[in-house]
Design a protein around this ligand. Structure first.
Ligand code: HEC
Length: 141
């Protein structure tokens, strides 16, 4: 009977293949997700990124006014950069929260749950080092 070794070989193959694929696609998403922000050469932002800064007000109490960490929340700029948190992952974390670790779930708060792309865009621009902290200037219409 050769069937068992064959199954094992195939399982190993698919395991490696699948994980490589998932890893690669996460990396791609992270690269692509720069699209969530617009920052011009003068450091001015589009409306969505600006709104992201505004909505981040809900988070700054814990994560710090500049998202670099506060009394009760970690530095989000480092988290996004080091863990390559893409938009989908971000949305998942923020909407569900980690209630047992002090991170609230935001899926019930329309001030936040309608604007995940904007908040991600703002944080990502900061994390990519393209935007400074504080109230951003808007690109004039
Ligand atoms: C009441 C305090 C509090 C508020 C408000 C808060 N967070 Fe958090 N957040 C935390 C804590 C504490 C953690 C760390 C949880 C852990 O240890 O896994 C965390 C973790 C996170 C993470 C995961 C970081 C990582 O390293 O994996 C993200 C992303 C995040 N918060 C985004 C947000 C956003 C966006 C908002 C606003 C909409 C927000 N948080 C508001 C306390 C808070």
């Amino acid at each position: 009977m050769k069937i068992i070794p064959t199954i094992i070989r195939f399982s190993v193959f698919f395991f490696i293949f699948f994980n490589t694929f998932v890893f690669a696609s996460n990396q791609d998403n992270f690269e692509q997700d720069k699209k969530y922000y617009v920052v011009d050469e003068q450091g001015r932002v589009d409306k969505k990124t600006y709104n992201g800064w505004r909505r981040f007000g809900a988070c700054s109490g814990c994560h710090g006014a500049k998202a670099t960490g506060g009394t009760s929340g970690p530095n989000l700029l480092l988290a996004i950069r080091n863990k390559k948190i893409d938009f989908i992952t971000f949305k998942e974390i923020v909407s569900k929260g980690r209630p047992n670790k002090g991170m609230p779930a935001w899926n019930i708060d329309p001030n936040v749950n309608k604007y995940y792309p904007h908040i991600y865009g703002y944080l990502r621009a900061r994390s990519d080092g393209i935007l400074k902290g504080g109230r951003p200037k808007k690109i004039p219409k």
